[in-house]
Design a protein around this ligand. Structure first.
Ligand code: PGA
Length: 252
């Protein structure tokens, strides 16, 4: 059995004060839950304060991005070790917004995953196809390349520190969720890729999250799918009640 993993990606939203308010509300809503990994990813400037507030809670904190160097002349960047120092346990890599808006390549995303694992951090590794790629039957090739290149050099043992997030780009922030069947099909395919790249144990143990317009009213159907082990939530993670409902998804 894979432990459910529910993550909220706040993107470029919320002041320090607003972040603390939301984190405090979530801390209350999730008190007592110990059978789900719950993670939130605030903006950099809120990380330490949110992490301090959440000490002793069931919620872990994640960075939304990092640079794959320990330190040096890299103006504007933040290293995995500094994220850890700020109280983060995880970091998101390969989000489609970073791939599209900041031209991040699979090789660069691979370097970030490597650097995070070396720093003792957990990785939330995102993949997903665009609408154009899906409609031109390139979806499986795209996912194969993203997974194979992004995980290059990550050992089977190190995969314990990584969750995969399947986020079809056409479903992110659009209100158009993949249907339960579309999502399950992609998740099963990704699990098959992991089996090919590693072995059955890694394929069975790795958690694969779905992301893209996850809301309180569609989370139950998604989470009922065999290969969907959690969700990466954008918009609906910004309201405590909505994110709490997603965390409290109904189990079949
Ligand atoms: P969304 O974002 O839930 O707002 O679609 C998901 C994500 O980008 O991780």
């Amino acid at each position: 059995m894979r432990k459910p993993f529910i993550a909220g990606n706040w993107k470029l939203q919320k002041t320090v004060g607003e972040s603390l308010d939301l984190a405090a509300a979530l801390k209350q809503e999730t008190a007592g839950i110990d059978d789900i990994d719950i993670v939130i990813a605030p903006v950099y400037t809120s990380l330490t304060k949110v992490a301090d507030l959440l000490v002793g809670s069931n919620i872990s904190v994640a960075g939304q991005n990092c640079y794959p160097a320990a330190s040096g002349a890299f103006t504007g960047e933040v290293s995995p070790a500094l994220l850890k120092d700020a109280g983060c346990r995880y970091c998101i890599v390969g989000h489609s917004e970073r791939r599209q808006l900041f031209a991040e390549t699979d090789a660069f995303i691979n370097q970030k995953s490597r650097a995070l694992i070396d720093a003792g951090m957990g990785v939330i590794f995102c993949v997903g196809e665009t609408l154009e790629e899906r409609e031109s039957d390139q979806m499986y090739d795209v996912l194969t390349t993203q997974v194979r290149e992004g995980l290059k050099g990550i050992s089977a043992e190190e995969m314990q520190n990584l969750v995969v997030a399947y986020e079809p780009v056409w479903a992110i922030g659009t209100g158009k969720t993949a249907s339960d069947e579309q999502a399950e099909e992609a998740h099963a395919f990704i699990r098959g890729l992991l089996q090919g790249l590693y072995d059955e144990n890694v394929a069975e143990a790795t958690r694969i999250l779905y992301g893209g317009s996850v809301k309180p009213d569609n989370v139950d159907g998604l989470m009922a799918q065999q290969d969907i082990d959690g969700t990466l939530v954008g918009g609906a993670s910004l309201k405590a009640a909505d994110f709490a409902r997603i965390i409290h998804f109904k189990r079949g």
